[in-house]
Design a protein around this ligand. Structure first.
Ligand SMILES: CC(C)(COP(=O)(O)OP(=O)(O)OC[C@H]1O[C@@H](n2cnc3c(N)ncnc32)[C@H](O)[C@@H]1OP(=O)(O)O)[C@@H](O)C(=O)NCCC(=O)NCCS
Length: 185
């Protein structure tokens, strides 16, 4: 078959896209599957250390569960006291920032990469995602490439966020729509 939309035989990861050699990427994948994933839940400091050793910027008191996954730690910034829940995924083809005191709950997928589908070679495209301080992305959400979730905003469980979420708003649904303002306690 002669492809007309996307020819994956011509796909290549662009030079420099990963910002580390293939060897470092492989080393991280092995560490993530073993030392990180198999670590007992309370060893948060150990997992912070592993992420930092692979170039992540990790703040104080960060809580990240052993089953959370990070694609390229060197493109990730985790603010002080943020939480990354069970089976959450930081797909950090581009930079991902999770602000101080922000939460990414279980099984949420923070997606900082896509493909240029108008190019037949289907190249990767990195777009940064920012979860600002004190925001809460509840369980099972998808946050699309390029999105910023504003400070203190709440993304309700199972929502799909394709546009920026203004600070202090509660949004829900697919695509997520504003429900109301989050009260300041
Ligand atoms: C966002 C959230 C905190 C809002 O809670 P709340 O203030 O009690 O809101 P309500 O349940 O009163 O719902 C308000 C409206 O939003 C809607 N809504 C709430 N959550 C929704 C969701 N996930 N998707 C779509 N709509 C939602 C409700 O149907 C309701 O609509 P209505 O006014 O037309 O009836 C809550 O829905 C939520 O997602 N919690 C996260 C749970 C979770 O992830 N737990 C595990 C992590 S620790």
């Amino acid at each position: 078959m002669q492809p007309i939309y996307q020819d994956l035989s011509r796909f290549r990861v662009q030079d420099g896209f990963r910002e580390r050699s293939g060897l470092v990427v492989l080393a991280w994948q092995i560490v993530q599957a073993t030392l990180f994933r198999l670590s007992p839940q309370p060893l948060y400091g150990w997992r912070r250390f592993l992420l930092s050793a692979f170039g992540a910027k990790v703040g104080q008191g960060v809580i990240i569960r052993p089953s959370a996954r990070v694609t390229y730690p060197w493109k990730v910034t985790l603010g002080d006291h943020c939480w990354i829940g069970d089976d959450a995924e930081l797909y950090s083809l581009g930079p991902i920032t999770v602000g101080a005191h922000a939460v990414v709950s279980q099984r949420s997928y923070i997606c900082a990469g896509t493909h240029d589908y108008e190019d037949i070679t289907f190249p990767l495209v990195a777009r940064p995602v920012v979860i600002e301080a004190e925001a809460w992305v509840a369980t099972g959400c998808f946050v699309a490439p390029g999105v910023t979730v504003g400070r203190g905003a709440i993304v309700a469980a199972t929502s799909t966020v394709t546009r920026d979420v203004p600070p202090g708003m509660i949004v829900a649904g697919a695509p997520a729509q504003v429900l109301r303002e989050r009260p300041v306690p």
